[in-house]
Structures are given as C-alpha cells and as structure tokens.
Ligand binder design. Structure first.
Ligand SMILES: CC(C)(COP(=O)(O)OP(=O)(O)OC[C@H]1O[C@@H](n2cnc3c(N)ncnc32)[C@H](O)[C@@H]1OP(=O)(O)O)[C@@H](O)C(=O)NCCC(=O)NCCS
Length: 163
C-alpha cells in the first residue's frame, strides 16, 4: 500500500513558465482565441503560433500557470497591445484564469511574474488596459493613467512603475 500523502490540488505549488516550454500551447491558445483573438479576426492556429514564438525573456513572453500538470491561467509580457496607443510599450496583456481556478491567487501570481520579468529586463514602466478589472490591478499597485478606446468601447489605461 502506498504511503504517499493525499494533498488537495489547491495547496499544490503553482508553477509559472513560458507556455512555449510546456505541452499547454493548445489549451492556452483555445482560451485566448475564445476570449480575445477570435474577435480580432485571428485564427486559432495564429494564436498558437504566437504562443510558440513568445518565449521571452524579452517581450513577447506568454506565461502559463499550472498546478499538478493542469494549466490554470495565462498572462503575457508583450511589446504592444492597445492599437490606440502604439507609443506605449511594453504591456501586461492577456491575463486569463479558468473559471474553476479563480479566486485562488492565480492571476495575482501571473501578474507578479510578468512584473518581475519586466523589471529584470530593465523596464521602468509597464502598461495595461482593462474594460472592467481596474480595481483588481489598483489593489496590486497599478495606477490609472487615462481612458482609451478599444474595439469601440472605453477601457482604463493603467501603469506600473519600477524603481
Ligand atoms: C480577472 C481574473 C484574471 C482574475 O483571476 P483570479 O485568478 O481569480 O484572480 P486572483 O485569485 O488573483 O484574485 C481575485 C480575487 O480573489 C481573491 N483571492 C485570492 N486568493 C484567494 C483565496 N485563496 N481565497 C479567496 N479569495 C482569494 C483576491 O484577493 C482577489 O480579490 P480582490 O481583487 O478583491 O483583491 C479572472 O477573473 C479572469 O480570467 N477573468 C476573465 C478575463 C479577464 O477579465 N481578464 C482580465 C483582462 S484585463
């Protein structure tokens, strides 16, 4: 009989690494395609191709968070994101966590991972935009920097400065 401890999955460590280095490209591509890329006119194949190339450590780098081999969420350190502001770079983009894995700190860990990547690359100011999650980012040190338009709707532009 095995003496292996039985551990609830939520207490297992969260592993965050570039999605290109994992078997999770198809799963992450499906999330991002359904969430944003399809509406932008991109195919699922194009989404997956971006993920395979976004290896970092310089932007672009698409990360996946997984626990016990199960992919739970993703975030990207990207060179560009908001078409209305091509003057701004780089960006925290495409933060997504599966419904079942929400409210367990997965997005918080992904945001911190992208911030750490940016700081390591010597970035002094990181940008993001969000239609409805500004309070989430504000609680994590992000500051509102204006209101912009994305696909015909207003979005909040936010910045995070590094010393
Ligand atoms: C927005 C989103 C990324 C948040 O992901 P998440 O993994 O649930 O985020 P976290 O768990 O890190 O934090 C969410 C809340 O859960 C709380 N939380 C974290 N760990 C928790 C735990 N163990 N138990 C209870 N609550 C917890 C956090 O405090 C946070 O609340 P707060 O914002 O009031 O501080 C997710 O809902 C999502 O993917 N939404 C759809 C896509 C989207 O809108 N992306 C953002 C684009 S800008």
């Amino acid at each position: 009989m095995s003496n292996l401890p039985c551990r609830p999955i939520a207490t297992m460590p969260l592993l965050i690494r570039p999605v290109a280095a994992t078997p999770h490209v198809p799963a992450v591509a499906a999330w991002l395609h359904a969430q944003w890329w399809q509406a932008g006119g991109h195919s699922l194949d194009a989404t997956a191709a971006f993920l395979r190339k976004a290896t970092g450590p310089a932007a672009p780098c698409a990360l996946v968070a997984e626990r016990d081999g199960v992919p739970l969420g993703t975030a990207t350190f990207d060179t560009d994101d908001l078409p209305a502001r091509p003057d701004l770079s780089p960006w925290l983009a495409s933060v997504f966590v599966t419904s079942a894995a929400r409210r367990q700190g997965v997005a918080t860990a992904l945001v911190k991972a992208v911030e750490a990547m940016a700081a390591t690359q010597g970035v002094r100011r990181l940008w993001l935009f969000t239609p409805d999650q500004a309070p989430f980012y504000a609680a994590r040190g992000w500051v509102q920097a204006g209101v912009e338009e994305y696909r015909g709707s207003p979005v909040v532009l936010m910045q995070r400065d590094f010393p």
